[in-house]
Design a protein around this ligand. Structure first.
Ligand SMILES: Cc1ncc(C[n+]2csc(CCOP(=O)(O)OP(=O)(O)O)c2C)c(N)n1
Ligand SMILES: [Mg+2]
Length: 597
């Protein structure tokens, strides 16, 4: 018996270098599942609990490995479930190929069981390339183009294969005749650089600046050494967008940490005080944390022209690979003699960590969440991979975690969806079984999809050479990030009907699955709890039973926000007493003396 379409589909994906597929079965892809069984040696199939998790894992796979991520779901409901994870990949510019089933070609158009108009459904998220096969001859071109376009455009593509087509005889080579397409394998990433004239113009602007600020995003991921060298020549500091937190370690004295609402004050001050901005590989969205228009001369480097002059009107917009462009730029840069701007940045940054430490040590009832991150930060090393979630955990990840060289860290940057931290950590473990992924998440996200994903961990953890994988959940019984946004941005008190979450015994639940549950609710126990988690003989669900009354304090507090904050309290927030006691303490601990200091 010859190969079926499904066999060839999988073999072609394998020829493209795909080794792992994240997915969930359904009869719309029965043919492909049969193909997986016949080609067991080609792939590792990771079975998730919900298709959204397969898409998140495919996204995380590409974020952590730079390879294309692949996910597989059945027609109709399975395909629909993928969407949020696919948007996460699209919006963070990562290559993911989604493969989904469809009703048989003989049934399409008949309002058939599970027949959804998938081309329309995926037209936005996979708009660069979404096609359905109606003939076995198409399979080669569909795979080749979906893989190549996803890689070249750093985006999501989708192949839809009706169930009868999956079972047809494969056609590996289209006939040499009219109406056929003859595609091939392979993609080599170019490393483009701007023209020499533009590099000189960039150098002129940067050499003329007296107070240069650099902002890097994840696009500078492979340019750490070059960014360090440029920052040294320009005598400046480097701030990081949240998704780019892994680009540079935080123990370099001139790195000012993250930027934005959950960023540091030194990043904020550097941007407000600079006369020249160099932005590399970032689409950081919040313009209010960048210099005022006209305040600074700007140079931006990005691989994608669409990202240029998007957040700040730049004087010079350069399309290029960040590493190669910086390498080509360096010979034109003059080392700044006056180092006072940089020295001030370094001194501010040094002071800032004292503020963070003091805030982390503040007491709370029962536990200050920042303390949990502070203690973790002391224990991080190059083998650790962090993942964050939409929620307060990511605020503390942003401003309290010190990245070390070699570490990786990611989250849903532009979509900022709840739910990715857990699947990202699981996908990281599959990609790097010898490293220790740590998901940093909230109880809302854990209840949304993380609890079910613990079953996926239960299913696989014994296969991993090093079983350490940690899921830290901030149990604050609240959708706390939004509760604080309501208070600070809108001046509204907490509305228990929308914000309160049910309590849940996370650690006990982990124990019941044969994983390790650790629960901590006293500050003095946090360090030892992290030590236990980091040396456990199995995956750990680390439940931090924390107060929800402590907010992340923005690096600056505007008058408006302060006013809203006060008015929320006056309106009788149910947590009023706790907030006044705990959070205000923290405000005065850091911001106020620091601001005037
Ligand atoms: C899918 C999705 N739904 C809703 C939101 C809005 N949102 C952002 S953070 C947040 C609260 C998260 O709560 P939790 O996971 O408990 O973390 P906490 O902030 O309490 O630490 C919500 C509802 C979102 N970003 N994504
Ligand atoms: Mg919560």
């Amino acid at each position: 018996m010859g190969d079926k379409v499904s066999d060839f589909l999988l073999q072609r994906l394998s020829q493209w270098g795909v080794k792992r597929i994240f997915g969930y079965p359904g009869d719309g892809i029965n043919g492909i599942l049969g193909g997986l069984e016949r080609n067991l040696d080609l792939f590792e199939f990771v079975q998730v609990r919900h298709e959204e998790m397969a898409a998140f894992m495919a996204c995380a796979h590409t974020k952590f490995t730079d390879e294309v991520g692949v996910c597989l779901a059945t027609s109709g409901p399975g395909a629909i479930h993928l969407l949020n994870g696919l948007y996460d990949a699209k919006m963070d510019h990562r290559p993911v190929v989604a493969i989904v089933g469809q009703a048989a070609t003989t049934a399409i158009g008949g309002n058939y069981q599970q027949e959804v108009d998938l081309i329309s459904l995926f037209k936005d998220v996979a708009g660069e390339y979404v096609y359905m096969a109606s003939s076995p001859v198409q399979i080669r071109q569909l795979v080749d183009r979906a893989m190549r376009i996803a890689t070249a455009e750093r985006t999501v593509t989708c192949i839809i294969i009706p169930k009868d087509v999956q079972e047809m005889d494969a056609v590996e080579q289209p006939p040499h005749t009219a109406n056929t397409v003859h595609t091939g394998l392979g993609y080599s990433t170019p490393r483009g650089v701007p023209t020499e004239a533009d590099l000189k113009r960039a150098a002129d602007i940067l050499n003329a600046g007296k107070k240069v600020a650099i902002l890097v995003g994840i696009g500078a991921k492979h340019a750490a050494d070059e960014v360090i060298q440029v920052a040294d020549l320009l005598g400046c500091g480097v701030a990081k967008a949240l998704l780019g937190k892994q680009v540079l370690p935080d123990d370099l004295p001139f790195v000012t940490g993250t930027i934005g609402l959950l960023g540091t004050k030194p990043s904020y001050d550097m941007m407000m005080g600079c006369d020249t901005l160099l932005m590399i590989g970032s689409t950081f969205p919040y313009g209010q944390f960048l210099p005022k228009e006209g305040q600074a001369r700007g140079v931006q480097i990005d691989i994608d022209g669409r990202n240029l002059s998007l957040r700040y009107p730049m004087e010079l917009n350069l399309i290029g690979d960040s590493t190669e462009t910086l390498r080509a730029l360096i010979p034109y840069l003059e080392r700044k003699i006056d180092r006072s701007w940089r020295e001030k940045i370094e001194a501010d940054y040094h002071e800032w960590w004292k503020v963070i430490e003091a805030r982390s040590m503040e007491s709370a009832d029962p536990l200050n969440p920042q303390r949990v991150f502070w203690e973790l930060s002391q224990r991080l090393h190059e083998n650790i991979i962090l993942s964050g979630d939409a929620g307060t955990a990511t605020n503390w990840y942003g401003n309290t975690i010190k990245m070390r060289r070699g570490m990786m860290g990611s989250l849903s940057g532009s979509l900022a969806t709840m739910g990715p931290a857990v699947p990202y950590a699981i996908a990281a473990k599959f990609a790097y079984p010898d490293r220790i992924p740590i998901a940093l998440t909230g109880d809302g996200a854990m209840q949304m999809n993380g609890l079910a994903a613990m079953l996926t961990v239960k299913k696989y953890w014994k296969n991993w050479s090093d079983p350490r994988l940690i899921f830290m959940v901030l149990n604050n019984r609240d959708l706390n990030q939004v509760t604080w946004e309501m208070r600070i941005e809108a001046g509204n008190p907490k509305l228990p009907a929308t914000q309160d979450l049910p309590d849940f015994p996370y650690a006990n639940y982990a124990d019941s699955l044969g994983l390790k549950g650790i629960r901590v609710d006293r500050p003095e126990d946090v360090g030892a709890a992290w030590d236990a988690a980091l040396s456990a003989d199995r995956p750990v669900l680390f439940e931090a039973y924390v107060s929800g009354d402590i907010t992340t304090i923005p690096p600056h507090i505007s008058f408006e926000e302060a006013k809203n904050y006060a008015s929320a309290l006056l309106k009788g927030d149910p947590n009023e007493g706790g907030i006044v006691k705990e959070s205000i303490k923290s405000v005065f601990e850091g911001i106020v003396p620091h601001k005037h200091g």
